[in-house]
Design a protein around this ligand. Structure first.
Ligand code: SF4
Length: 450
C-alpha cells in the first residue's frame, strides 16, 4: 500500500478521484495532453464555479474584475489549487481579485520601460550582449503579479513571421549579442514545430552562443514537457531554461517529472521567483521552496522584487522585507539554495542586486566583515599594523579595523556552544572517560608479518 499522501504520490499513482468532480471522467491520456489542458483552461466565473464553491459576493467581485483583466488557469493547476483550498497561495497567484483595480501613481503599465529598449517590435535589447525575444503573448496561466500584463494574453497569438524576421535580422546585424532569452508570454505554449523553427533560425546566427528559454509551463502545466519536446530542444544546445516557481506547493510530482525530463535532456534549470506579499514573503516558505527546487535539480537563480506593474499593489512587499529574507537564508542554508535578490529598476536601469551588507568597513590592506551569525572578523589582505600604532582602549568595529582585535563573536553563538559540547576538546575529554585503554600500536599501523 502507498502510505504517501495523494498529493505527494508520483503522477502514475494519483487517481483521477483526486481531481475536482468535473474532470474525474477525463481519460488519463487526455488529462495529460497539454493541448487538452490549454483548451480547457478556466477563464470565466462559471468555469471557476464548476470547480470551487463561490458565494454571491465572490461571484459579483470576480465578474467585475474579469471585465478588466484576463484570467486563465489550466485544469492541472486548478487541481493543485483545489488540494490547497480556495484563497491559498496558489489561488492568489491565479485568480483575479478586486485588489487589482487599485490604481497608484507609482504603478505602471510598462514598469521596466521595456518598450524604450525595443529597437524592433518583439525584441528588448537592454544589456550589452543579450536580448529578450518575445515569441508569443500567450501563457498557460495569467499570473496576477505579471510584469508584462499589458501584453501577456492580449491577443493570445504568436509573434508573426514578419515580426520574427525583423527580430532575427536585428540579431544578424548585432553580433555583440551572444545570449538570446526566448520569452513572451510563454514560449512553451508554441507548438513543437514552431519552436523548432525559431530555435533553428537562432542557431543559424553564428554570434548567438547561448539560448535561454523563460517558461512557467513546467510549473503551471508540466504535461507540456513531453519526450518529443525534449528531443527537439536537445538539438540546439547549449540551451538553458529558467522556470518560475513561487511557492513550495507548486512543486508537485508532475513538476518533478517535467524537471527530470528537461535535466536528462541536458538542459540546466534555474528558477526565477517573485517575492509576493501573502504568498511567499516568509522565511520558512522561501526556504522550503528553494530547498525543494534543488531536490528537483533546479537552481534558485533570482528572487525578484515584485515589479510595480499596474494591478499588483496588494502583492508587493517593501525592499526591506526581501533583505530580511535573504539575511535569513544566507548562511542558514546551502548557498546553492540562495538566489540573488534583484530589483528590476524603473527607467530601464535593469536588474540591480540588493544584498544585506556583509562588509562593515575597510582599512588600508583589509576589511571588517560580518558573517551570518553576526560574528565580526578582521580580514587582512596584506601587511600588519605595528603594535605601537594601535590606540589604547579602542573597541568594537574600530578595534578590528585598527588591528587591536581579530574577531568579535556574539555571546551564546550556537556554533560556539556546539564547539564546547562536541569540539575537539570535548571529544578528547569524552574519549578519556569512555574509551578502554588501547594497545600501543593500532592494527592499522601494525606491519604485516614477513
Ligand atoms: S507566465 Fe510569465 S509572462 Fe505569463 S502571465 Fe505568468 S509571469 Fe506573466
Amino acid at each position: 500500500m502507498n502510505d504517501k499522501p495523494p498529493s505527494e504520490r508520483p503522477p502514475s499513482e494519483r487517481p483521477p478521484s483526486l481531481r475536482p468532480e468535473i474532470w474525474r471522467s477525463i481519460p488519463e491520456e487526455k488529462w495529460r495532453d497539454w493541448r487538452w489542458q490549454m483548451a480547457h483552461r478556466l477563464t470565466t466565473v462559471d468555469d471557476l464555479r464548476n470547480v470551487f464553491p463561490l458565494n454571491g459576493t465572490e461571484t459579483d467581485e470576480l465578474t467585475r474584475c474579469l471585465q478588466r483583466f484576463r484570467m486563465a488557469i489550466p485544469p492541472y493547476f486548478a487541481t493543485v489549487m483545489a488540494l490547497e483550498g480556495p484563497g491559498g497561495p496558489l489561488w492568489k497567484q491565479a485568480v483575479v481579485s478586486s485588489a487589482e483595480l487599485e490604481e497608484r501613481p507609482s504603478l505602471r503599465l510598462d514598469p521596466l520601460n521595456e518598450e524604450d529598449d525595443s529597437p524592433v517590435h518583439g525584441l528588448v535589447h537592454r544589456y550589452p550582449d543579450r536580448v529578450l525575444l518575445l515569441v508569443t503573448d500567450r501563457c498557460a496561466m495569467y499570473c496576477r503579479h505579471c510584469t508584462r500584463r499589458r501584453f501577456a494574453g492580449s491577443r493570445e497569438r504568436d509573434t508573426s513571421r514578419v515580426q520574427l524576421d525583423r527580430c532575427l535580422d536585428y540579431l544578424k546585424r548585432h553580433p555583440e549579442v551572444r545570449d538570446v532569452i526566448v520569452s513572451g508570454g510563454d514560449p512553451l505554449t508554441l507548438t513543437d514545430a514552431k519552436l523548432d523553427e525559431i530555435l533553428a533560425r537562432l542557431r543559424a546566427i553564428p554570434s548567438v552562443e547561448i539560448i535561454r528559454l523563460g517558461s512557467r509551463l513546467p510549473i503551471t502545466l508540466p504535461y507540456r514537457v513531453t519526450d518529443d519536446l525534449c528531443r527537439m530542444l536537445e538539438k540546439y544546445h547549449p540551451i538553458f531554461m529558467n522556470i518560475h516557481a513561487n511557492h513550495p506547493d507548486e512543486l508537485t510530482p508532475e513538476v518533478r517529472e517535467a524537471c527530470d525530463k528537461l535535466t536528462r535532456a541536458g538542459i540546466p534549470l534555474g528558477s526565477q521567483t517573485v517575492l509576493l506579499k501573502g504568498i511567499n514573503d516568509d522565511p520558512n516558505t522561501l526556504k522550503r521552496l528553494f530547498q525543494k527546487l534543488l531536490t528537483f535539480r533546479v537552481k534558485p537563480y533570482y528572487l525578484y522584487h515584485c515589479d510595480p506593474a499596474q494591478g499588483t499593489a496588494h502583492l508587493r512587499t517593501p525592499i526591506s522585507r526581501g533583505m530580511e529574507l535573504i539575511e535569513y537564508l544566507m548562511g542558514h542554508t546551502s548557498g546553492l539554495a540562495v538566489p540573488t535578490y534583484v530589483v528590476d529598476a524603473p527607467h530601464g536601469a535593469g536588474k540591480i542586486p540588493v544584498m544585506p551588507n556583509y562588509m562593515l568597513t575597510t582599512f588600508p590592506g583589509g576589511a571588517v566583515l560580518r558573517n551570518f551569525e553576526g560574528m565580526l572578523v578582521r580580514y587582512v589582505e596584506n601587511g600588519e599594523v605595528p603594535q605601537d600604532q594601535i590606540p589604547a582602549g579602542v573597541m568594537g568595529v574600530a578595534a578590528l579595523a585598527l588591528g587591536a582585535q581579530e574577531a568579535l563573536a556574539p555571546a551564546g553563538m550556537p556554533r560556539e556552544l556546539r564547539r564546547l559540547r562536541e569540539g575537539p576538546r570535548a571529544r578528547m575529554h569524552r574519549e578519556r572517560i569512555t574509551e578502554k585503554p588501547q594497545p600501543e600500536t593500532s592494527d592499522l599501523f601494525t606491519e604485516a608479518p614477513e
